[in-house]
Design a protein around this ligand. Structure first.
Ligand code: SF4
Ligand code: SF4
Length: 168
């Protein structure tokens, strides 16, 4: 077990943290936080209409994302039903990024324990997750931030329950 002890330490992330994290992930294309909180009337239309059922009611009735339930397909339904324009996909005709989060793999990743698992990579259409063999014989998972869309498709399938999101 020495090889495991010498692994570089990573910030522990767990998908359950989505429910408890201090900074919730607001729906895609949400305005900057202050403006979003001001504009959103807490009507819940985006929560009701998201076909992937990944939006839930957060603190104060504000909608937030839960990747425990699924992944965002960036279909834009939430934007279309937001009458308050708290979710805005285009500004001055220019399409905005849906959000600025990327996946982050935590320390309970089974691959790092030499258990054969690449579930997250198997579910990543962007091919953003790579597994690198280290000199000590262990495997290091890595998210290529430039490829990650933050869709969250890797979160639910992870048997180690150890994938979270971090700011890009
Ligand atoms: S873009 Fe589509 S899948 Fe993503 S949160 Fe909005 S409605 Fe749901
Ligand atoms: S969040 Fe989506 S794009 Fe990013 S690593 Fe996970 S599955 Fe791939």
């Amino acid at each position: 077990m020495d090889s495991i002890a010498t692994k570089p330490t990573r910030t522990r992330l767990n998908c359950r943290d989505f429910a408890n994290q201090r900074d919730p992930i607001y729906p895609p294309w949400a305005l900057a936080t202050e403006k979003f909180l001001d504009a959103c009337s807490r009507c819940g239309a985006c929560i009701t209409d998201c076909p992937e059922h990944i939006l839930e009611t957060g603190a104060g009735g504000i909608p937030q994302v839960s990747f425990v339930s699924g992944a965002c397909t960036f279909c834009g339904v939430c934007v279309n039903v937001c009458k308050d324009r708290a979710l805005v996909r285009h500004i001055d005709g220019v399409e905005q990024a849906p959000w600025t989060v990327v996946a982050s793999i935590g320390e309970d990743c089974l691959a790092t324990l030499n258990i054969a698992c690449q579930e997250c990579a198997d579910h990543c259409e962007q091919h953003a997750i790579r597994f690198r063999p280290l000199i000590d014989g262990t495997i290091e998972p890595r998210v290529v931030a430039a490829r990650c869309t933050g869709c969250g498709a890797c979160v639910r399938p992870c048997p180690g329950n150890t994938i979270g999101m971090r700011p890009a």
